[in-house]
Design a binder for this molecule. Structure first.
Ligand code: DCP
Ligand code: MG
Length: 399
């Protein structure tokens, strides 16, 4: 992709996005190679654990035998060909593919293989941003090697370390590399150059941009914008009018393949946040109870994340997105770091009081930043409620 900014001053970056193919299912196939080539779905509980017959053969569960409310985490490409996908209810999938094999999730095995593939890549290219269990970004900009040769070397190293295949795209930035790694799955190696924005990216549906969720893509469709190309041709003022200033601007930049975000190569989180987009837009008055419950749940989940990462934070923030897509954030910085769900709820509640809640909301989020590892500051104590008002006066607020 073309370098943005001042041509000639800095060469375009080379950012790779690597995503493992049908990850959970592929790990299971290492254990049960006899299932290769068959439609296989991962989900459900230990009841789906394969049994062993008297003759030593394994007996696997089939989708048609499943009863319950579980959802599919992933499916092999053979199962996807039958219309079965991640997040689909297992009983619904059973109607489409009754003979498909069902295995329970085994997170420990997936985490193990996740660590293996990341370590193999880190040996070749140390500039890595960890994006979750089966995906990473890799910055290849400083490497002298030919891009395609190097990307193939990474794929070979992942296969040697894990026995698994992955798909890689190298592009000028994270946004394009992420879209691109999906284009030639499975076992893909995709290079996106300057000409490919129009040829390969613009025909794709707008929701393929990471950051355009189901709701935003529905709203774009209602405005007659279906593809990324159509979004790129849209009027900047029109987009800002319908999606708010900041999201509207971002939508247009993204459709033009512009993204300057650096890789976050630090393994220490800078902030921990949870947010949720509501099934239907909620109003602070009419839906007070629901909103309050969601708010508390978000704070609890953030607190759980903090505990897992063994850290706490001093700055507590909220994010609201109104039905018209206007997004508002507020935060406050406390005298001491906290990690307790109730304390986070109280501080986030303070932030919430500083936003006029006169319109319907589509999204609510809670963030804790200015993190410090637990145990490093023994003199820190949790502030009491009365202290929060003072802290609130000191805090920054921004829209
Ligand atoms: N996952 C999940 N629930 C979802 C989506 C995914 O539990 N709704 C899990 C199972 C996947 C893993 O995360 O194996 C990685 O997600 P991906 O979206 O990368 O999907 P896959 O790796 O399974 O398939 P693909 O080849 O499309 O990347
Ligand atoms: Mg994957």
């Amino acid at each position: 992709m073309a370098a943005r900014g001042q041509p000639g001053r800095s060469p375009p970056r080379r950012i790779a996005h690597l995503d493992m193919d049908a990850f959970y299912a592929s790990v299971e196939l290492l254990r049960y190679p006899e299932l290769r080539g068959l439609p296989l779905v991962i989900g459900g509980s230990s009841a789906q654990q394969p049994g062993v017959l008297a003759n030593g053969e394994r007996r696997f569960s089939r989708l048609r035998d499943y009863v319950g409310r579980g959802v599919i985490t992933t499916a092999t490409y053979e199962a996807r060909a039958l219309g079965v996908y991640s997040a689909m209810g297992i009983m619904k999938a059973a109607r489409l593919a009754p003979d498909a094999i069902l295995l329970p999730v085994d997170f420990a095995a997936y985490r193990h293989h996740s660590r293996l593939f990341k370590a193999a890549v880190a040996q070749l290219a140390p500039q890595i941003e960890d994006r979750g269990i089966d995906e990473i970004y890799i910055d290849l900009s400083a490497l002298a090697d030919d891009t395609a040769t190097f990307a193939q070397r990474i794929k070979d190293a992942v296969r040697a370390a894990t026995g698994l295949s992955c798909s890689i795209c190298v592009a000028a930035n994270k946004l394009l590399a992420k879209i691109g790694s999906d284009l030639d799955k499975p076992d893909g190696l995709t290079l996106l150059g300057a000409d490919d924005l129009v040829r390969r990216i613009w025909p794709l549906p707008a929701r393929r941009i990471n950051g355009i969720g189901p709701k935003a893509s529905e709203r774009l469709a209602a405005l007659g914008i279906h593809s990324i190309g159509e979004l790129a041709q849209a009027d900047a003022g029109f987009l800002q009018q319908h999606f708010g200033r900041s999201y509207g601007r971002w939508l247009l930049a993204a459709a033009h393949g512009n993204d300057e975000r650096p890789l976050n190569t630090s393994s220490e989180p800078k902030s921990i946040s949870r947010e949720t987009t509501f099934e239907r837009d909620l109003h602070a008055r009419g839906d007070r109870r629901t909103l309050s419950a969601v708010f508390t749940e978000l704070c609890t989940r953030v607190a759980d994340d903090l505990h897992r990462k063994h850290c706490r934070g001093r700055t507590i923030g909220i994010k609201l997105r109104f039905a018209d897509f206007q997004t508002v954030t507020r935060d406050l910085t406390l005298p001491a770091a906290i990690d307790d769900a109730q304390d986070i709820r109280r501080a986030a509640g303070e932030c919430l009081r500083r936003v006029p809640l006169d319109r319907r909301l589509r999204l609510l989020g809670v963030r804790v930043s200015a993190l410090s590892p637990c145990g490093e500051a023994p003199d820190q104590r949790v502030p009491r409620q009365g202290e929060l008002a003072l802290a609130g006066d000191l805090c920054r607020g921004h829209d």
